[in-house]
Design a protein around this ligand. Structure first.
Ligand code: NI
Length: 183
């Protein structure tokens, strides 16, 4: 395993659509994924797409941690699709379930130090392949839906600032306190 160098905004690889993986079970894909997971953990990220480590293939890794709700009544099935344990998705596809749009703050390991307010579809289904070649198909909402869409945007050569409608909400991490509701 190795920690890979992360491309930063402006590098052409981040603006280039990635290619389909012909064999998700190939040993070199497993090696790539292992390195991506290690790189993501080292950088403290929630997700990483292969183009971010200079590999132009349709591979993403992500996690959507639980405990996002303080209402214990929502901790069961109701909250389930808000969360995802560490997931590898190869050749992913996204379908938007309804027209609900949700805004949220995003960051990106390729855009270090910044946060931006991005509106995205709130409810999606996604589908892709795991390292074992099996189909993974899930519905997602909340942060889970957001991180999947953010990572899949990387595969189209798109970074989150290109999704923003109001660039006055592109801010340094250290200044985001001015935009958050007091607790
Ligand atoms: Ni990103």
């Amino acid at each position: 395993m190795a920690i890979l160098k992360i491309a930063r905004m402006g590098h052409p690889i981040l603006a280039t659509p990635a290619a389909l993986v012909s064999d998700p079970t190939a040993p070199e894909i497993r090696r790539l994924v292992n390195d991506m997971v290690e790189t993501m953990a080292d950088a403290n990220g929630a997700g990483l797409a292969a183009p971010q480590v200079h590999v132009p293939l349709r591979v993403v890794v992500f996690q959507a941690p639980g405990a996002l709700t303080e209402d214990p009544g929502l901790a069961g099935a109701e909250a389930f699709d808000h969360t995802a344990s560490l997931t590898v998705l190869i050749n992913p596809e996204i379908a938007v379930i309804d027209h609900v749009i949700e805004g949220g703050w995003e960051g990106c390991l390729s855009v270090p130090g910044l946060r931006g307010w991005v509106e995205r579809p709130a409810h999606i289904r996604y589908r892709g392949f795991g390292l074992d070649g099996r189909v993974i198909e899930r519905s997602a909402r909340g942060f889970h839906a957001r991180v999947v869409q953010h990572e899949c945007d990387h595969l189209e050569g798109r970074l989150y600032p290109a999704r923003m409608k109001d660039l006055s909400r592109l801010v340094f991490e250290s200044e985001i306190c001015h935009f958050l509701e007091p607790a």
